[in-house]
Design a protein around this ligand. Sequence first.
Ligand SMILES: *Cc1c(COP(=O)(O)O)cnc(C)c1O
Length: 406
Amino acid sequence: MKKSAAQRIQDLQYFGEFGGVNPSISDSSTYTFLSAKTMFDTFEGNTEGCYLYSRHSSPSNLYLGEALASLEGTESANVYASGMGAISSVIFQCCDAGDHIVSSRTIYGGTYALMKNFLKKFNIQTSFVDTTDISKVENSITSKTKMIYCEAISNPLLEVSNIEALAHLAKKYTIPLVVDNTFTPLSIAPAKLGADIVIHSLTKFINGTSDAVAGVVCGSKEFCLQLKDVNDGAGMLLGSTLDSLRAASILKNLRTLHIRMKKHSENAMFLAKQFEKDGLKVVYPGLKSHSGHETMKAQMEHEYGYGGLLTIDVGNLDTANALMETMQKQNLGYLAVSLGFYKTLFSAPGTSTSSEIPLEEQQAMGLTDGLIRFSIGLDDDVHQTYLAMRECMIKHGVLATDKVEA
Ligand SMILES: *Cc1c(COP(=O)(O)O)cnc(C)c1O
């Protein structure tokens, strides 16, 4: 039987120097060589298992990279100091000046700003399209297009990408499909569905303790080695290197990811269903009312559910802000950006994580200013959480008392 991603991670054994159950942390930036010839060969990239300098690679980063390659079922993976470090490395590796990217129009604000504003410096153009419409994606591809880029579940609108269809299209034009899978580790396995490169911000669910910033690129052995090339590897030369201490702590957290994802999904599904029943405008891929529900159902790994993110549109920004402040006072979660924490986190994306996107474009994609994004936490008694959140919503007129079931 083929092993699940969680089992593959569980099976990895790395022992520490003295037989410790966790691998030793490599607390060195540089490494000695017994012979000068070996040093030269290592520079040229010809010696496996030799370390040169920790921006290039280090044992702790390789352990974490290997575990994340197991997670995504790719040949290899490189870790970076942030999700943006991973994303920028991939783009600069794949694109030359004058090239073109076809990207989903609903993506993380930082990725959007990189593509829309920063890449102008290099004359790299991006067409932002609705990637749930495959014909629109195909019509945007030009002879200069070097990648199709999307998020498995998009930020913040939670649109579901049809990864199989996008991968099929990418193959037809022999360009890579790059998928940011930050929102749905384990739930969606983009590489299994045909994606060439899978990116994560490890800062979110994978680390899960909101104490570190990190990223990863999962892909073929060849592509991961290219990124590390001392002469023209974007990962090596842009310098977004993860510290070994952080790599070691993220590896330890990764080992409980499967348990956490199930609970995040279970809690989010419960709240989404309840609030939809109450008549709120809830967006959650697990709801039948979600336009991407069937696509998600067809491509997901069912035991991990539909993920921990949901949005509720409460009508306008003032109400959204007041409601979030009240929920925080009631200790139902924190008014904070980011996601994947044990505690529920909420923010209004229009004025925070997606504020890089101009207002007209926010409107065009359906990002309204009363939208609250929730990253649902690991609450032990989510029914109690629901009742308490409902009280806050009644207080701010988001829910009428008579509409609500007891
Ligand atoms: C947070 C996030 C990023 C950026 O990751 P950092 O670790 O903050 O650099 C990229 N994509 C998505 C979907 C994210 O949520």
